[in-house]
Design a protein around this ligand. Structure first.
Ligand code: ADP
Length: 256
């Protein structure tokens, strides 16, 4: 708490009292701390791949490394550059969303068509793990929203469901009206998210298991981006999960 004080006097200039203003700055402090954490996190996330790229490049320059090892090192350098690229892409996305919320291009969206398109896009990746994706559709809802952004939300949830579900898993998408909302549910029977982590997964860079997320190409920014987009559409997102059983994300979007 910040306190500012000032004396006050009557007409005869006698001291009559002191005005104290108590200003609760916990919110400001929290925002400032979050900003510092964010910068520290970004620096760390950028440093790790760069350190490894530099290290492997140096070794290749210094030593008389044979062809096989050279190829192996180049592969690592390639993958780490790839990770840097995704990270920078996601960071730019996030900052764009924070600035340009009002620049969403609203049109009429045929939700079923959009979801079918998303399923097609991720199907290659799902097939590699023999994961089945099912889609329950009993009506053909339409909403207004930025189609490219809503697609990004669904793709992100689907890619996560694939990444955090073992081979032969099942992912189910379902649509349902709930009062003034259209609820899009993306459910998997994968590894699940422990209770204490569920409240934090929408934070930037929060991952339950950093190593696993990195291996699958995750930046830890996906759900932060998803939440941003959903809220820019005046909707909200919820998660339900049980460790080793699976996870369900619910996206609520307002019906016109
Ligand atoms: P990442 O790039 O790490 O996937 P996200 O922001 O998309 O970042 O997700 C944050 C974290 O939430 C992930 O690292 C993972 O631990 C957890 N997570 C997200 N989706 C799922 C899911 N479907 N099943 C289990 N864990 C998940």
């Amino acid at each position: 708490i910040e306190v500012v004080g000032a004396p006050f006097f009557n007409e005869e200039k006698d001291l009559r009292g002191i005005v104290l203003v108590f200003h609760d700055i916990t919110d400001l402090k929290r925002v400032e701390q979050m900003r510092k954490d964010f910068v520290a996190n970004v620096s760390h996330e950028l440093k790790t791949p760069i350190t490894s790229i530099k290290g492997f490049a140096e070794t290749m320059l210094d030593d008389d490394v044979d062809q096989n090892i050279q190829t192996r090192f180049l592969k690592i350098i390639y993958n780490e550059s790839d990770r840097l690229q995704s990270l920078i892409h996601d960071l730019l996305e996030l900052s764009k969303l924070e600035k340009d919320e009002l620049k969403l291009k609203f049109t009429n969206i045929k939700v079923v068509d959009l979801i079918e398109e998303c399923i097609d896009i991720v199907s290659g990746q799902a097939d590699k793990k023999s994961i089945t994706i099912t889609f329950e559709q009993n009506n053909r809802p339409q909403i207004t929203g930025d189609e490219a952004r809503i697609k990004q939300v669904i793709l992100n949830l689907l890619f996560n469901a694939i990444n955090y579900t073992g081979g032969f898993g099942i992912i189910n998408i379902a649509l349902q009206y709930e009062k003034q909302w259209l609820r899009v549910e993306v459910r998997d029977n994968g590894i699940g998210i422990p209770g204490e982590a569920q409240a934090r997964i929408f934070e930037r860079f929060y991952r339950v298991d950093k190593a696993r997320s990195r291996n699958t190409g995750g930046t830890g920014l996906g759900l932060a981006i998803v939440k941003h987009i959903v809220e820019a559409h005046h909707g909200f997102i919820e998660v339900e999960s049980e460790l080793n059983k699976g996870t369900a994300f619910y996206v609520y979007l307002p019906v016109n």
